[in-house]
Design a binder for this molecule. Structure first.
Ligand code: ACO
Ligand code: ZN
Length: 433
Protein backbone atom coordinates (compact mmCIF):
# COMPACT_ATOMS: atom_id res chain seq x y z
CA UNK A 1 0.00 0.00 0.00
CA UNK A 2 1.11 3.47 -0.60
CA UNK A 3 0.46 6.59 1.32
CA UNK A 4 1.59 10.10 0.69
CA UNK A 5 2.12 10.73 4.37
CA UNK A 6 4.11 7.60 5.03
CA UNK A 7 7.46 8.91 3.80
CA UNK A 8 7.98 11.03 6.87
CA UNK A 9 7.07 8.24 9.23
CA UNK A 10 9.47 5.87 7.55
CA UNK A 11 12.29 8.31 8.05
CA UNK A 12 11.50 8.74 11.69
CA UNK A 13 11.65 5.00 12.10
CA UNK A 14 15.28 4.57 11.07
CA UNK A 15 16.82 2.54 13.89
CA UNK A 16 19.09 4.47 16.18
CA UNK A 17 22.08 2.18 15.80
CA UNK A 18 25.33 3.95 16.54
CA UNK A 19 27.23 1.44 14.41
CA UNK A 20 25.34 2.54 11.31
CA UNK A 21 26.76 6.01 10.94
CA UNK A 22 28.14 8.05 8.14
CA UNK A 23 30.40 5.49 6.64
CA UNK A 24 33.52 7.26 5.54
CA UNK A 25 34.10 9.56 8.49
CA UNK A 26 33.09 7.07 11.09
CA UNK A 27 34.68 3.84 9.97
CA UNK A 28 38.46 4.13 10.00
CA UNK A 29 40.30 1.34 8.20
CA UNK A 30 37.17 0.09 6.40
CA UNK A 31 37.05 -0.68 2.68
CA UNK A 32 36.44 2.36 0.51
CA UNK A 33 32.82 2.49 -0.63
CA UNK A 34 33.54 4.65 -3.67
CA UNK A 35 34.80 1.69 -5.67
CA UNK A 36 32.97 -1.37 -6.98
CA UNK A 37 33.90 -4.60 -5.27
CA UNK A 38 33.52 -8.26 -6.24
CA UNK A 39 31.52 -10.37 -3.78
CA UNK A 40 31.33 -14.14 -3.66
CA UNK A 41 27.58 -14.86 -3.62
CA UNK A 42 25.86 -17.84 -1.97
CA UNK A 43 26.51 -19.99 -5.05
CA UNK A 44 30.24 -19.18 -4.85
CA UNK A 45 30.17 -16.90 -7.92
CA UNK A 46 31.98 -13.52 -7.83
CA UNK A 47 29.58 -10.67 -8.60
CA UNK A 48 30.11 -6.97 -9.15
CA UNK A 49 28.72 -5.14 -6.12
CA UNK A 50 28.69 -1.95 -4.11
CA UNK A 51 29.18 -1.36 -0.40
CA UNK A 52 26.17 0.30 1.21
CA UNK A 53 27.19 0.31 4.86
CA UNK A 54 29.58 -1.30 7.29
CA UNK A 55 29.53 -2.29 10.95
CA UNK A 56 32.03 -3.80 13.35
CA UNK A 57 32.36 -7.54 12.86
CA UNK A 58 30.28 -8.98 15.70
CA UNK A 59 32.30 -12.20 15.73
CA UNK A 60 35.36 -10.13 16.77
CA UNK A 61 33.87 -7.29 18.78
CA UNK A 62 30.62 -8.73 20.13
CA UNK A 63 28.21 -5.97 21.13
CA UNK A 64 30.93 -3.32 21.56
CA UNK A 65 30.13 0.06 20.02
CA UNK A 66 32.32 1.58 17.34
CA UNK A 67 32.84 4.74 19.42
CA UNK A 68 34.24 2.67 22.26
CA UNK A 69 36.44 0.49 20.03
CA UNK A 70 37.88 3.55 18.27
CA UNK A 71 39.10 4.89 21.61
CA UNK A 72 40.74 1.60 22.54
CA UNK A 73 44.54 1.91 22.10
CA UNK A 74 44.89 -1.89 21.83
CA UNK A 75 42.69 -2.09 18.73
CA UNK A 76 43.82 -1.17 15.25
CA UNK A 77 40.77 -1.06 13.00
CA UNK A 78 41.36 -2.48 9.54
CA UNK A 79 39.35 -3.82 6.61
CA UNK A 80 38.57 -7.17 8.24
CA UNK A 81 37.43 -5.52 11.49
CA UNK A 82 34.16 -4.80 9.68
CA UNK A 83 31.27 -6.60 8.03
CA UNK A 84 29.90 -4.95 4.90
CA UNK A 85 26.31 -4.52 3.78
CA UNK A 86 26.51 -4.96 0.04
CA UNK A 87 24.27 -4.58 -2.98
CA UNK A 88 24.79 -6.83 -6.02
CA UNK A 89 24.95 -4.57 -9.07
CA UNK A 90 21.75 -4.56 -11.15
CA UNK A 91 20.08 -7.11 -8.88
CA UNK A 92 17.00 -6.66 -6.73
CA UNK A 93 17.61 -5.24 -3.26
CA UNK A 94 16.21 -8.36 -1.61
CA UNK A 95 19.60 -9.99 -2.29
CA UNK A 96 21.49 -7.30 -0.32
CA UNK A 97 23.34 -8.87 2.58
CA UNK A 98 26.01 -8.55 5.24
CA UNK A 99 29.28 -10.20 4.22
CA UNK A 100 32.65 -10.52 5.84
CA UNK A 101 35.86 -9.20 4.31
CA UNK A 102 36.91 -12.66 3.10
CA UNK A 103 34.02 -12.73 0.59
CA UNK A 104 35.13 -9.44 -0.96
CA UNK A 105 37.70 -8.61 -3.66
CA UNK A 106 38.36 -4.86 -3.98
CA UNK A 107 38.66 -3.36 -7.48
CA UNK A 108 39.96 -0.04 -8.79
CA UNK A 109 36.70 0.57 -10.67
CA UNK A 110 35.49 3.97 -9.38
CA UNK A 111 31.70 4.32 -8.96
CA UNK A 112 30.93 7.37 -11.04
CA UNK A 113 27.13 7.52 -10.69
CA UNK A 114 26.76 10.37 -13.16
CA UNK A 115 28.74 8.56 -15.83
CA UNK A 116 26.86 5.29 -15.19
CA UNK A 117 23.48 7.00 -15.49
CA UNK A 118 24.51 8.74 -18.71
CA UNK A 119 25.80 5.46 -20.16
CA UNK A 120 22.62 3.58 -19.20
CA UNK A 121 20.52 6.32 -20.75
CA UNK A 122 22.58 6.19 -23.94
CA UNK A 123 22.12 2.42 -24.16
CA UNK A 124 18.44 2.63 -23.19
CA UNK A 125 18.98 0.32 -20.23
CA UNK A 126 16.11 0.27 -17.74
CA UNK A 127 16.62 -1.98 -14.77
CA UNK A 128 13.75 -3.84 -13.21
CA UNK A 129 14.43 -1.94 -10.01
CA UNK A 130 13.83 1.32 -11.92
CA UNK A 131 10.47 0.10 -13.18
CA UNK A 132 9.52 -0.65 -9.61
CA UNK A 133 9.79 3.03 -8.75
CA UNK A 134 7.44 4.05 -11.57
CA UNK A 135 5.34 6.94 -10.36
CA UNK A 136 7.78 8.03 -7.65
CA UNK A 137 9.76 11.19 -8.24
CA UNK A 138 13.56 11.18 -7.92
CA UNK A 139 13.60 12.70 -4.45
CA UNK A 140 10.95 10.36 -3.09
CA UNK A 141 12.91 7.40 -4.43
CA UNK A 142 16.14 8.68 -2.87
CA UNK A 143 14.46 9.27 0.50
CA UNK A 144 12.92 5.83 0.36
CA UNK A 145 16.22 4.15 -0.46
CA UNK A 146 18.06 6.05 2.26
CA UNK A 147 15.46 5.29 4.92
CA UNK A 148 15.31 1.62 4.06
CA UNK A 149 18.81 0.83 2.88
CA UNK A 150 19.75 -1.73 5.49
CA UNK A 151 17.44 -4.53 6.60
CA UNK A 152 17.48 -4.77 10.35
CA UNK A 153 15.81 -8.14 10.83
CA UNK A 154 17.58 -11.16 9.41
CA UNK A 155 14.80 -13.73 9.40
CA UNK A 156 11.33 -14.61 10.63
CA UNK A 157 10.07 -17.74 12.31
CA UNK A 158 6.48 -18.35 11.33
CA UNK A 159 4.75 -21.52 12.53
CA UNK A 160 6.88 -24.38 11.26
CA UNK A 161 8.65 -22.17 8.70
CA UNK A 162 11.67 -19.90 8.73
CA UNK A 163 12.36 -17.33 6.03
CA UNK A 164 15.09 -14.78 5.45
CA UNK A 165 13.80 -11.21 5.37
CA UNK A 166 14.23 -9.43 2.04
CA UNK A 167 13.90 -5.76 2.95
CA UNK A 168 13.76 -3.23 5.74
CA UNK A 169 10.45 -2.97 7.58
CA UNK A 170 9.69 -0.09 9.95
CA UNK A 171 8.76 -2.12 13.04
CA UNK A 172 8.50 -0.14 16.28
CA UNK A 173 11.66 0.61 18.27
CA UNK A 174 13.04 -2.45 19.97
CA UNK A 175 12.42 -4.70 16.98
CA UNK A 176 15.50 -3.79 14.95
CA UNK A 177 18.99 -5.23 14.63
CA UNK A 178 17.76 -8.63 15.63
CA UNK A 179 18.48 -11.99 14.14
CA UNK A 180 14.98 -13.43 14.25
CA UNK A 181 11.46 -12.21 14.83
CA UNK A 182 8.93 -14.81 16.07
CA UNK A 183 5.36 -14.66 14.81
CA UNK A 184 2.10 -16.11 16.06
CA UNK A 185 0.71 -17.31 12.75
CA UNK A 186 -2.91 -16.74 13.85
CA UNK A 187 -3.07 -13.24 15.35
CA UNK A 188 0.27 -12.12 13.83
CA UNK A 189 1.68 -10.87 17.15
CA UNK A 190 5.46 -10.75 16.96
CA UNK A 191 8.20 -11.22 19.52
CA UNK A 192 11.96 -10.97 19.75
CA UNK A 193 12.38 -14.24 21.63
CA UNK A 194 10.97 -17.75 21.46
CA UNK A 195 9.92 -17.85 25.11
CA UNK A 196 7.73 -14.80 24.71
CA UNK A 197 6.02 -16.42 21.75
CA UNK A 198 5.55 -19.64 23.73
CA UNK A 199 3.82 -17.70 26.54
CA UNK A 200 1.64 -15.99 23.99
CA UNK A 201 0.68 -19.25 22.27
CA UNK A 202 -0.60 -20.64 25.59
CA UNK A 203 -3.11 -17.79 25.74
CA UNK A 204 -3.88 -17.04 22.08
CA UNK A 205 -7.33 -18.32 21.22
CA UNK A 206 -7.42 -17.32 17.57
CA UNK A 207 -7.36 -20.13 15.00
CA UNK A 208 -8.20 -18.06 11.91
CA UNK A 209 -7.83 -14.45 10.75
CA UNK A 210 -10.26 -12.16 12.63
CA UNK A 211 -12.83 -11.61 9.90
CA UNK A 212 -15.59 -13.14 7.82
CA UNK A 213 -14.87 -16.24 5.81
CA UNK A 214 -15.80 -15.34 2.25
CA UNK A 215 -14.52 -18.37 0.38
CA UNK A 216 -13.69 -22.02 0.85
CA UNK A 217 -12.33 -24.75 -1.35
CA UNK A 218 -12.63 -27.96 0.66
CA UNK A 219 -10.87 -30.02 -1.97
CA UNK A 220 -7.69 -27.94 -1.74
CA UNK A 221 -8.18 -27.05 1.95
CA UNK A 222 -8.20 -23.34 1.13
CA UNK A 223 -10.22 -20.63 2.87
CA UNK A 224 -10.25 -16.88 2.50
CA UNK A 225 -11.18 -14.30 5.14
CA UNK A 226 -11.98 -10.62 4.78
CA UNK A 227 -10.45 -8.51 7.56
CA UNK A 228 -11.40 -4.86 7.87
CA UNK A 229 -8.56 -2.44 8.73
CA UNK A 230 -11.04 -0.37 10.72
CA UNK A 231 -12.36 -3.23 12.84
CA UNK A 232 -9.08 -5.09 13.35
CA UNK A 233 -6.31 -2.48 13.21
CA UNK A 234 -3.77 -4.47 15.25
CA UNK A 235 -4.00 -7.58 13.08
CA UNK A 236 -3.75 -5.49 9.91
CA UNK A 237 -0.84 -3.44 11.21
CA UNK A 238 1.02 -6.61 12.19
CA UNK A 239 0.34 -7.98 8.73
CA UNK A 240 1.73 -4.82 7.12
CA UNK A 241 4.96 -5.00 9.14
CA UNK A 242 5.33 -8.61 8.09
CA UNK A 243 4.55 -7.86 4.44
CA UNK A 244 7.02 -5.01 4.29
CA UNK A 245 9.84 -7.48 5.01
CA UNK A 246 9.14 -8.86 1.50
CA UNK A 247 7.99 -5.73 -0.31
CA UNK A 248 10.46 -3.04 -1.20
CA UNK A 249 8.75 -0.33 -3.12
CA UNK A 250 5.52 0.06 -1.21
CA UNK A 251 5.51 2.38 1.76
CA UNK A 252 4.03 0.86 4.84
CA UNK A 253 0.71 2.35 5.56
CA UNK A 254 0.00 3.70 9.00
CA UNK A 255 -3.64 4.34 8.19
CA UNK A 256 -4.97 0.91 7.49
CA UNK A 257 -8.58 1.98 8.05
CA UNK A 258 -9.38 2.51 4.33
CA UNK A 259 -8.35 -1.04 3.46
CA UNK A 260 -9.86 -4.50 3.44
CA UNK A 261 -7.45 -7.40 3.70
CA UNK A 262 -8.17 -10.70 1.98
CA UNK A 263 -6.29 -13.44 3.77
CA UNK A 264 -5.74 -16.77 2.08
CA UNK A 265 -5.30 -19.69 4.46
CA UNK A 266 -4.73 -23.43 4.37
CA UNK A 267 -6.77 -25.40 6.87
CA UNK A 268 -5.52 -28.29 8.99
CA UNK A 269 -6.58 -29.86 12.30
CA UNK A 270 -4.99 -26.98 14.27
CA UNK A 271 -6.53 -24.09 12.40
CA UNK A 272 -6.24 -21.83 9.38
CA UNK A 273 -2.64 -21.00 8.42
CA UNK A 274 -2.01 -17.85 6.43
CA UNK A 275 -0.39 -18.38 3.04
CA UNK A 276 -0.69 -14.88 1.60
CA UNK A 277 -3.03 -11.94 1.20
CA UNK A 278 -4.01 -8.97 -0.85
CA UNK A 279 -5.35 -5.65 0.30
CA UNK A 280 -7.97 -3.57 -1.43
CA UNK A 281 -8.97 0.03 -0.93
CA UNK A 282 -12.62 0.48 0.07
CA UNK A 283 -12.60 3.56 -2.13
CA UNK A 284 -12.38 3.08 -5.90
CA UNK A 285 -11.38 6.67 -6.74
CA UNK A 286 -8.00 5.65 -8.13
CA UNK A 287 -9.34 2.64 -10.00
CA UNK A 288 -7.33 0.01 -8.14
CA UNK A 289 -8.82 -3.44 -7.56
CA UNK A 290 -5.79 -4.55 -5.52
CA UNK A 291 -3.37 -2.54 -3.48
CA UNK A 292 -0.74 -4.96 -2.16
CA UNK A 293 -0.24 -8.66 -2.70
CA UNK A 294 2.04 -11.09 -0.91
CA UNK A 295 2.60 -14.82 -0.78
CA UNK A 296 4.76 -15.70 2.21
CA UNK A 297 8.17 -16.82 0.85
CA UNK A 298 7.83 -20.42 2.00
CA UNK A 299 4.58 -20.75 -0.01
CA UNK A 300 5.72 -19.03 -3.18
CA UNK A 301 5.75 -20.65 -6.64
CA UNK A 302 2.87 -22.96 -5.74
CA UNK A 303 0.19 -20.99 -7.59
CA UNK A 304 -1.19 -19.00 -4.62
CA UNK A 305 -0.09 -15.64 -6.05
CA UNK A 306 -2.10 -16.20 -9.21
CA UNK A 307 -5.02 -17.46 -7.13
CA UNK A 308 -5.00 -14.18 -5.17
CA UNK A 309 -4.88 -12.18 -8.40
CA UNK A 310 -7.68 -14.36 -9.78
CA UNK A 311 -9.76 -13.64 -6.69
CA UNK A 312 -9.17 -9.89 -6.99
CA UNK A 313 -10.71 -10.03 -10.49
CA UNK A 314 -13.62 -12.18 -9.35
CA UNK A 315 -14.39 -9.53 -6.71
CA UNK A 316 -14.20 -6.87 -9.43
CA UNK A 317 -16.74 -8.81 -11.48
CA UNK A 318 -19.14 -8.96 -8.53
CA UNK A 319 -18.87 -5.25 -7.81
CA UNK A 320 -18.93 -4.47 -11.56
CA UNK A 321 -15.93 -2.14 -11.26
CA UNK A 322 -12.97 -3.19 -13.31
CA UNK A 323 -9.69 -2.13 -11.79
CA UNK A 324 -5.96 -2.53 -12.05
CA UNK A 325 -3.31 -3.34 -9.43
CA UNK A 326 -1.78 -0.35 -7.66
CA UNK A 327 1.47 0.79 -9.24
CA UNK A 328 4.36 0.46 -9.07
CA UNK A 329 4.53 -3.31 -9.31
CA UNK A 330 7.54 -5.17 -7.95
CA UNK A 331 9.57 -7.38 -10.31
CA UNK A 332 7.83 -10.50 -8.97
CA UNK A 333 4.45 -8.77 -8.96
CA UNK A 334 4.92 -7.79 -12.58
CA UNK A 335 5.96 -11.32 -13.61
CA UNK A 336 2.97 -12.83 -11.84
CA UNK A 337 0.52 -10.32 -13.32
CA UNK A 338 1.88 -10.66 -16.85
CA UNK A 339 1.67 -14.40 -16.55
CA UNK A 340 -1.90 -14.25 -15.19
CA UNK A 341 -3.16 -11.69 -17.72
CA UNK A 342 -1.61 -13.50 -20.68
CA UNK A 343 -3.09 -16.86 -19.70
CA UNK A 344 -6.55 -15.45 -18.95
CA UNK A 345 -6.68 -13.65 -22.30
CA UNK A 346 -5.38 -16.68 -24.22
CA UNK A 347 -8.04 -18.85 -22.55
CA UNK A 348 -10.65 -16.40 -23.82
CA UNK A 349 -9.21 -16.24 -27.35
CA UNK A 350 -8.96 -20.04 -27.54
CA UNK A 351 -12.67 -20.27 -26.75
CA UNK A 352 -13.51 -17.72 -29.47
CA UNK A 353 -11.60 -19.07 -32.45
CA UNK A 354 -13.80 -18.69 -35.51
CA UNK A 355 -16.01 -16.11 -33.81
CA UNK A 356 -15.26 -12.39 -34.08
CA UNK A 357 -14.49 -10.59 -30.82
CA UNK A 358 -13.24 -7.21 -29.69
CA UNK A 359 -11.03 -5.97 -26.91
CA UNK A 360 -14.21 -4.85 -25.12
CA UNK A 361 -15.38 -8.49 -25.12
CA UNK A 362 -12.12 -9.54 -23.44
CA UNK A 363 -12.57 -6.81 -20.82
CA UNK A 364 -16.14 -7.88 -20.08
CA UNK A 365 -15.14 -11.53 -19.81
CA UNK A 366 -11.97 -11.18 -17.75
CA UNK A 367 -12.49 -7.87 -15.88
CA UNK A 368 -8.93 -6.95 -16.89
CA UNK A 369 -8.46 -3.31 -17.87
CA UNK A 370 -7.70 -2.43 -21.49
CA UNK A 371 -4.22 -1.02 -20.76
CA UNK A 372 -3.24 -4.24 -18.94
CA UNK A 373 -4.58 -6.42 -21.78
CA UNK A 374 -2.58 -4.44 -24.32
CA UNK A 375 0.53 -4.44 -22.11
CA UNK A 376 0.42 -8.22 -21.66
CA UNK A 377 -0.33 -9.03 -25.29
CA UNK A 378 2.26 -6.64 -26.68
CA UNK A 379 4.97 -8.28 -24.59
CA UNK A 380 4.31 -11.64 -26.19
CA UNK A 381 3.55 -10.17 -29.64
CA UNK A 382 -0.03 -11.45 -29.72
CA UNK A 383 -1.47 -8.13 -30.74
CA UNK A 384 -0.85 -5.73 -33.59
CA UNK A 385 -2.20 -2.24 -34.02
CA UNK A 386 -2.68 -1.14 -37.60
CA UNK A 387 -3.93 2.42 -37.77
CA UNK A 388 -6.81 2.38 -35.28
CA UNK A 389 -7.59 -1.31 -35.67
CA UNK A 390 -6.40 -3.95 -33.20
CA UNK A 391 -5.58 -7.44 -34.49
CA UNK A 392 -5.17 -10.50 -32.27
CA UNK A 393 -3.08 -13.56 -33.09
CA UNK A 394 -5.43 -16.57 -33.15
CA UNK A 395 -2.95 -19.19 -34.31
CA UNK A 396 -3.68 -22.19 -32.07
CA UNK A 397 -0.09 -23.42 -31.98
CA UNK A 398 1.37 -20.04 -31.06
CA UNK A 399 -1.30 -19.47 -28.40
CA UNK A 400 -0.59 -22.85 -26.84
CA UNK A 401 3.15 -22.27 -26.86
CA UNK A 402 2.91 -18.86 -25.18
CA UNK A 403 0.37 -20.16 -22.67
CA UNK A 404 2.72 -22.89 -21.49
CA UNK A 405 5.65 -20.46 -21.22
CA UNK A 406 3.61 -18.50 -18.66
CA UNK A 407 3.83 -21.29 -16.08
CA UNK A 408 1.01 -23.11 -14.35
CA UNK A 409 -2.54 -21.81 -14.82
CA UNK A 410 -4.01 -20.01 -11.81
CA UNK A 411 -5.74 -22.10 -9.14
CA UNK A 412 -9.42 -21.57 -10.07
CA UNK A 413 -11.85 -19.59 -7.95
CA UNK A 414 -15.09 -21.58 -7.71
CA UNK A 415 -17.50 -18.68 -7.83
CA UNK A 416 -20.33 -20.74 -6.30
CA UNK A 417 -18.23 -21.00 -3.12
CA UNK A 418 -17.57 -17.26 -3.00
CA UNK A 419 -19.79 -15.48 -0.54
CA UNK A 420 -18.91 -11.83 -0.79
CA UNK A 421 -20.65 -8.48 -0.79
CA UNK A 422 -18.84 -5.35 -1.90
CA UNK A 423 -18.12 -2.84 0.84
CA UNK A 424 -20.04 -0.09 -0.92
CA UNK A 425 -23.14 -2.32 -1.27
CA UNK A 426 -23.09 -3.02 2.46
CA UNK A 427 -22.59 0.57 3.51
CA UNK A 428 -24.32 2.19 0.57
CA UNK A 429 -21.43 4.59 0.06
CA UNK A 430 -18.63 5.00 -2.39
CA UNK A 431 -16.34 7.07 -0.27
CA UNK A 432 -14.42 6.25 2.86
CA UNK A 433 -14.06 9.02 5.41
N1 ACO B 1 10.92 -16.17 -10.80
C1 ACO B 1 10.36 -16.31 -12.03
N2 ACO B 1 9.01 -16.26 -12.23
C2 ACO B 1 8.23 -16.05 -11.17
C3 ACO B 1 8.76 -15.92 -9.85
C4 ACO B 1 10.17 -15.99 -9.70
N3 ACO B 1 10.75 -15.89 -8.48
N4 ACO B 1 7.73 -15.74 -8.99
C5 ACO B 1 6.61 -15.76 -9.73
N5 ACO B 1 6.91 -15.95 -11.04
C6 ACO B 1 5.98 -16.00 -12.18
C7 ACO B 1 5.90 -17.40 -12.76
O1 ACO B 1 5.39 -17.35 -14.07
C8 ACO B 1 4.89 -18.02 -11.82
O2 ACO B 1 4.25 -19.14 -12.35
P1 ACO B 1 5.00 -20.59 -12.26
O3 ACO B 1 5.49 -20.75 -10.86
O4 ACO B 1 3.94 -21.56 -12.63
O5 ACO B 1 6.12 -20.52 -13.25
C9 ACO B 1 3.89 -16.88 -11.70
O6 ACO B 1 4.67 -15.69 -11.71
C10 ACO B 1 3.04 -16.86 -10.46
O7 ACO B 1 3.44 -17.77 -9.52
P2 ACO B 1 2.58 -18.05 -8.24
O8 ACO B 1 3.10 -19.29 -7.60
O9 ACO B 1 1.13 -18.01 -8.55
O10 ACO B 1 2.91 -16.76 -7.38
P3 ACO B 1 3.51 -16.69 -5.91
O11 ACO B 1 2.62 -17.40 -4.95
O12 ACO B 1 4.92 -17.08 -5.92
O13 ACO B 1 3.30 -15.13 -5.62
C11 ACO B 1 4.00 -12.89 -5.59
C12 ACO B 1 3.71 -14.11 -6.47
C13 ACO B 1 2.76 -12.54 -4.77
C14 ACO B 1 4.32 -11.68 -6.46
C15 ACO B 1 5.19 -13.27 -4.66
O14 ACO B 1 6.35 -13.42 -5.45
C16 ACO B 1 5.47 -12.27 -3.57
O15 ACO B 1 4.78 -12.23 -2.57
N6 ACO B 1 6.52 -11.46 -3.73
C17 ACO B 1 6.93 -10.51 -2.72
C18 ACO B 1 5.95 -9.37 -2.59
C19 ACO B 1 5.68 -8.72 -3.93
O16 ACO B 1 6.60 -8.41 -4.68
N7 ACO B 1 4.38 -8.46 -4.20
C20 ACO B 1 3.95 -7.81 -5.40
C21 ACO B 1 4.07 -6.34 -5.26
S1 ACO B 1 3.20 -5.43 -6.47
C22 ACO B 1 1.68 -5.13 -5.74
O17 ACO B 1 1.54 -5.39 -4.58
C23 ACO B 1 0.54 -4.54 -6.54
ZN1 ZN C 1 -1.65 -15.19 18.64
Amino acid sequence: MQSKGAKKSLRAKIPNNTDLRKYEKESPGALNLNYFIEVKNKEGVWKKSKIIECRLDRAIFGERMLEDVKEDPDVKLQEDSYEYYIHYDHMNRRLDEWVKRDRIKPTSDFIDEKKIRAENKRLGIVHSSDEEYEGLDKNARKDHEEATKVKTITRIKFGEYTAEAWYYSPYPDGYHNIDCIYYCEYCLSYYVCKEELRNHMEKCTLVHPPGNQIYKDDERGLAMFEVDGYKNPTYCENLCYLAKLFLDHKFLLYTIVPFLFYILTIKDENGYHIVGYFSKNKDFDQGYNLSCILTLPFHQRKGYGKFLINMSYELSKIEKRFGTPEKPLSDLGRQSYLSFWTQKIIEYIQGMIGTPFTIEDIIQHTAIREEDIVDALERVSLIKKVKNEVYFCTDKKILKEIYSKMGRPAIPVNTEDLNWYPFFYKYNTNTVK
